[in-house]
Design a protein around this ligand. Sequence first.
Ligand SMILES: [Zn+2]
Length: 262
Amino acid sequence: MKTIQFTFFSMLALMCLHAQAQFKVNTKSIKAATTAAKAVTLSDDEVIGYAKEYMVWMDENNPVAPDDDELAQRLAKLTSGLTDYDGLNLNFKVYLVRDVNAFACADGSVRVCAGLMQVMDDNEVLGVIGHEIGHVKNKDSKDAFRTALLSSALKDGVGSQGGTAGALSDSKLGELGTAVANSSFSRSQESAADLYGYALLRAQDVNPWYMATAFESLAEQSEGAEKASTMQRLMSSHPDTEKRIKVMSEKATKEGFEKPAK
Ligand SMILES: [Zn+2]
């Protein structure tokens, strides 16, 4: 029996099904910058550098499933062949937390929460992962991360190291987490990521109907009282779930696929 640890986390919507998964972030409030904002620009490489650093911190501060964990092995099998996909360098890990969630970071890190893997079958999880990879491929993750970097208290420290990403202190990383938590994707970004996930399923020879059933699983979960608080947040970040189910299912049907039996 797996022990799912409680999360301490304040909410963070590092995107995805993003919902507001409860990943651990420093809850210290962001101090309003009192100095005039500097005109800071960050190159893509700098943003990726900070994203890598951020993910090291995230992995150190969240319960990453060890290699011999059942869910870790399931994810590894699911994502074999995806570490180098569509020109992207990707890495995948399970967080042993109950959140029904997943997210991707600008550096190509994809994290899937145990709670999501427990309510979805493999093909649905793959659909969600495809959606997340879509955000990376479409640079949504990078844009959101850049915005978080520049809008947080970091703006006084970021970009001042002469063009390279400098090491961030724990408190700075916490502030960054809070800023990331406040970011979200637009409706069109979500739709594009859905289409990307759909295409990924097809490329993997999986019935793309699973994109729609993944969302159906989420909608069903939201009706369970026990998880209401988490799920309401999740669904509120994706108010168009019904519409997205419709778009994905109609596309699959039009392309000759039948809804899989559950
Ligand atoms: Zn998304």
